[in-house]
Ligand binder design. Structure first.
Ligand code: NAG
Ligand code: NAG
Ligand code: NAG
Ligand code: NAG
Length: 365
């Protein structure tokens, strides 16, 4: 009796083993038809293919999956809401291998972004994984490019968003830059690092809408609206953000915190800027505003911003001659804590308004 039981439990083990083995296959995607089978495997290879217009390339992956992108991914062009690509899963290794993801931006661009004109699929790349996402190379996002909301710790490294073509007007944009609202990374995430990445665009390089423990380091932002926290709406928390070692060029602002004038019950705390460089800031070097969507308006005080530090390392910025190097537009009593700005070295423009702010120490230009 006893040996028989042992045998029975052994055979239970033996039948369990093939189940996990069966996912150790390699799935290959060369069209959307391949996706449902390929995602049964913990290795997924993506060949060059075109996603049909109006459909999302949606990868819902098994835990522990490795994705290898082996060819260019294009998307058929049609005006619709998107997203174009969506990926979900835990403990994912996503190797972009520098392959292009072409959003077809020029087909949609009309200078109006998501504020008007034709409906543009956005975000282009919806990332909901933990693990790592590396070497993904996106060109011509129709509007907002990456949105990131991870289930657990995620590192994004070596990613490119090249929307440089959107800097120029086209036949639909009435003389305006054709690309608009082409945010690089829109983030609502905890335990996220974005590093060694490049964004050339016409809106925020990074916009953190909420989240904790976020590091943005060694990135390059060109031509857009710089590195932003916000805009902050009601009932959200941003806590623990490190902006470090980044280079920001030719952008409206380099470093901005923007909270909606009407927002309430939100907090932004423990923000560290260190070892960054910014040149040719065309409107502001640093802008902290509680009057968003105005840059300098009538600030609200329903969002508490605390402990915003430009230290310990040096952040150097140069503003254009008609720009403000620094401007702060806080509501009464809503910018609090320790603001050590001794590492901020600015030149090139003027110091702008510094409203309702008594907490800043150490800033000497
Ligand atoms: C979509 O349109 C853009 C802009 O004209 C073009 O570059 C891209 O190749 C088109 N995509 C496809 C799949 O045809
Ligand atoms: C304030 O915001 C927090 C989230 O940060 C939320 O849990 C809470 O319900 C909000 N309070 C009110 C009164 O809305
Ligand atoms: C500064 O940046 C603006 C906006 O990107 C650009 O048009 C201008 O040419 C740049 N100026 C210099 C001196 O690089
Ligand atoms: C100070 O904040 C209050 C609102 O909290 C605002 O009405 C006032 O305009 C601010 N002061 C300045 C100089 O901006």
């Amino acid at each position: 009796m006893f040996p028989l039981l042992a045998l029975a439990s052994l055979s239970t083990l033996a039948t369990a083993a093939p189940a996990s083995d069966s996912s150790s296959c390699t799935g290959t995607i060369s069209s959307l038809d391949d996706v449902s089978t390929a995602v049964q495997c913990t290795t997924v290879n993506i060949n060059a293919f075109t996603v049909p217009a109006g459909e999302t390339f949606n990868l819902d992956l098994l835990s522990g999956t490795t994705v290898n992108v082996l060819g260019e991914v294009q998307f058929g062009n049609v005006s619709w809401a998107g997203p174009l690509f969506e990926v979900k899963g835990d403990d994912i290794t996503f190797n972009g291998n520098g392959q292009l993801w072409d959003g077809g931006g020029p087909f949609y661009w009309d200078g109006l972004g998501t504020n008007g004109g034709v409906t543009k699929p956005h975000p282009m790349m919806k990332i909901e994984i933990s693990g790592t996402l590396s070497d993904v190379y996106v060109v011509n996002a129709p509007a907002q490019c990456f949105s990131v909301s991870n289930p657990a710790a995620l590192t994004i490294t070596g990613v490119t968003v090249d929307n440089s073509q959107g800097n120029y007007p086209n036949s639909n944009s009435n003389g305006l830059p054709a690309g608009h609202n082409t945010d690089g990374f829109d983030v609502s995430a905890n335990d996220l690092t974005i590093e060694k990445s490049t964004v050339i665009n016409q809106d925020d390089c990074l916009a953190i809408n909420r989240g904790t423990n976020i590091v943005f380091q060694d990135n390059y932002c060109d031509g857009g609206h710089g590195i932003s926290i916000g805009s902050i709406t009601s009932n959200v928390v941003v806590d623990g953000v490190t902006i470090q070692g980044n280079t920001v060029v030719n952008s409206q602002q380099a470093f901005r915190i923007k909270t909606d004038e009407v927002a309430t019950n939100s907090t932004v705390s423990n923000i560290v800027y260190t070892d960054n460089t910014a040149t040719n800031c065309t409107e502001y070097g640093v802008l902290i505003t509680q009057s968003y969507p105005a840059s300098l308006g009538t600030p609200g005080n329903g969002v508490i911003i605390s402990d915003v530090n430009f230290s310990p390392g040096t952040t150097t910025l140069t503003a254009a001659s008609n720009a403000y190097m620094v401007a702060v537009d806080c509501g009464e009593g809503s910018c609090t804590g320790t603001w050590d700005w001794s590492g901020l070295k600015t030149s090139g423009g003027e110091v702008g308004p510094m409203d309702n702010i008594t907490v800043i120490t150490g800033y000497t230009q």
